[in-house]
Design a protein around this ligand. Structure first.
Ligand code: NAD
Length: 352
């Protein structure tokens, strides 16, 4: 346990529970704002429009073109809409893609952000933004990016498809399991990490059995808040580096890639970070790598990178990129071992 630490507590308001969305109008007013631009992806446009109708005069309008990895071209259009409608805050309704757009607007306008989170990815509680332009992704970390208010209303997640619930939940868990061995971890971030993973471990199988189980949805959202908070507080390592490489350079889908890679990256680090990972391993039968592999398989998660469209001949290049400018990691990041790890993840084989 790291007992010499600096803990930057992120100052957001969290409003949690079934029906929490009913407080949205009050949250907008309490920020001293009165014209919210509602953001969503095209898929959630109807929900965003309904929300705007509910808000009445507090809604300046809807912009529903949010897209994965926050393309700058979309941000420019959203900014033009924000200014044309004379909005004074943003409400992001959705997952990481929509929240990224809200952060990108805030970065350029200082607009206060309210997030209504509908996936488990965790971006709503991080001061992190990844943006893309001409195929190049750049990530910034700045406390100005942190949403002022996050509304977690589990009733809004009842319709999150089971496959997305599973991959998004595993994506959240990845933040927490990497958080316990972070160089800058602290006792509170580690408590949140273990509690967050425990909540998702219990909730995800129940959601697979019954996606309309509100108690399980509530527990999953609680877990995702804790895991996202860990991502927002401490640095990430090999797992996130590999997923960023696979997503950024080979265009693999975000949550699915995290879901497939997690057992393999944890097996890679298991010995080097044995003490820090022990409470996590205990949650999965004692072995973090094969425990997570079994857990994901029982949930019906995607298991093999080949099923995401990655070609076997791309593995050499992926390994090469992954060892270039590596993030700090408890075990040295060695090319041959990473190439082997990627092969197993590509095959969908059990981690060693
Ligand atoms: P997403 O936001 O891309 O959502 C995927 C799809 O699911 C979208 O069409 C969305 O509209 C839909 N959807 C969302 N909630 C739904 C619901 N409840 N019911 C039905 N459909 C729903 O997916 P994501 O995994 O949340 O976010 C991925 C993006 O977020 C990536 O770009 C990733 O890089 C970024 N991210 C950033 C951070 C950060 O801290 N900056 C953290 C995690 C993820």
């Amino acid at each position: 346990m790291n007992m010499n630490f600096t803990y930057n507590i992120n100052p957001s308001r969290i409003v949690f529970g079934a029906g929490a969305l009913d407080t949205l109008a009050d949250q907008i007013r309490e920020l001293g704002t009165h014209r919210a631009l509602i953001l969503s992806t095209p898929f959630q446009r109807a929900d965003a429009q309904k929300l705007a109708e509910r808000l009445g005069v507090l809604a300046a309008g809807v912009f529903s073109e949010a897209a994965m990895h926050t393309p700058i071209a979309v941000t420019r259009n959203a900014l033009a809409t924000y200014k044309a409608l004379q909005a004074d805050c943003v409400v992001a309704l959705g997952g990481g893609s929509t929240i990224g757009l809200g952060k990108a607007i805030a970065l350029r306008t200082h607009a206060p952000q309210i997030v209504v989170a509908t996936t488990y990815a965790g971006s709503e509680v991080t001061p992190i933004l990844g943006q893309t332009e001409d195929g190049v992704k750049t990530t910034i970390r700045d406390r100005k990016l942190l949403p002022a208010v996050v509304i977690y209303d589990p009733t809004l997640t009842l319709g999150l498809p089971v496959s997305m619930s599973v991959t998004s939940g595993l994506n959240a868990m990845a933040h927490a399991v990497e958080g316990v061995y972070a160089k800058d971890c602290n006792p509170i971030s580690s408590l949140m990490a273990v509690e967050g993973v425990r909540a998702l471990r219990d909730a995800l199988p129940a959601i697979v059995s019954n996606p309309a189980d509100l108690a399980a949805r509530t527990r999953a959202l609680y877990g995702s808040w804790l895991c996202g908070s860990v991502l927002g507080t401490v640095g990430m390592a090999l797992h996130h580096k590999l997923c960023h490489t696979l997503g950024g350079s080979f265009d693999l889908p975000h949550a699915e890639t995290h879901a497939i890679m997690l057992p393999h990256t944890m097996a890679y680090n298991a010995q080097a970070a044995a003490e820090a990972l022990q409470p996590m391993a205990d949650l999965f039968g004692g072995s973090i790598g094969s425990g997570l592999y079994e857990f994901a398989r029982n949930l019906g998660a995607p298991m093999a990178l080949k099923d995401l469209g990655l070609k076997e001949e791309q593995l050499d290049a992926a390994a090469q990129l992954a060892v270039k400018n590596p993030y700090w990691n408890p075990r040295p990041v060695e090319r041959a071992a990473i190439r082997e790890l990627l092969q197993r993840a590509w095959n969908g084989a059990r981690p060693e």
